[in-house]
Design a protein around this ligand. Sequence first.
Ligand code: ADP
Ligand code: MG
Length: 348
Amino acid sequence: MNRVSYKRGFRLILLFTAFFLVSQSFAACKNPSSEKPGNNGSNQQVSKTSFFLNTVVTITLYGTEDDSLIEECFALCNEYEKTLSRTLRGSEIYDLNHRTKDTVSDETLVLIKTGLTYSVLSHGAFDITIGACSSLWDFTAQSPVVPDQKSLSEALTHVGYEKLSLDQNRISFSDDQTLIDLGAIAKGYIADRIKDFLAENGVTSALIDLGGNVLCIGSKPDGSPFRIGIQKPFDPQGTPMVVVPVSGWSVVTSGIYERYFEEAGKFYHHILNPATGYPCENNLLSVTILSEHSVDGDALSTACFSLGLDEGMSLIDSLDEIYAVFVTDDYKIHYSEKLLERFAVSEP
Ligand code: ADP
Ligand code: MG
């Protein structure tokens, strides 16, 4: 029998978000100090939740009760979804994949280039041409099914970032059935753009949460860092295992506990191994990346999940100003080399 965890995932995200919003507003009430506008130490805040990009999006602004900017952020999410979605008819990615257009906008080009960079960096463990395989899986279906082996093997022959070439804004494929899927990187990119938009509009303290991709603007109104929790995988209360104080940074988690199903006693989650077409099989439950830009965190959390603990950790340790927390299936926490020097994490 299939077991769908999607709705439960939402409840977890909401619970989790609520837990942190409550703890943040508590902290803000306790320390009404600074007098800068937008950072005025007041307990004013406004938060709204909506649903885009197949996920729960929550944006919280501090030091204001005006929600009009949040509505504009939601409009941005909607625009980006209409451009970057693999499944929405008429999106730039849909048109590329259906070969009805071969050029993309400058922004989509930037994202495809970033995706290619991480595909190369991870030696294809992360691969934006996973589309032929990922489109055979539907983890959000009422009754998800495992694709048949033959179709997956056939799809696999069309996966490979080297099949893509760029000439300015023109994208071409050496294999006519290769499909682009930006699902592992788009939310991070969009979070970065929302942050730019809010910052341009004078916001100095905010939290952008795109279904577990959390990006901060500045610090809490009292000047202290935001305290972002890394959820204990599969915990029904969404209890944090680790709390990381961050200002202005991104905290992105890729885990196997939000989109999965079971069939014939076997567990299937949504991070695929581009070498097999099946979900990555290793001892990881989640990978969280701390980075300045959310697009890097989104790409690397998926890439590291696919690479596994040892290779993923080596990759992170080779990068400047990128930190990671891996959780293995024995619920052990593994920190990247310099993380504990850089962040005063706690394990509640
Ligand atoms: P989430 O969407 O839950 O935040 P991720 O950022 O890890 O999770 O992205 C998972 C999505 O990325 C999948 O739904 C699929 O569209 C795509 N994907 C799955 N496996 C890979 C992979 N190995 N490389 C690139 N993209 C992938
Ligand atoms: Mg990702």
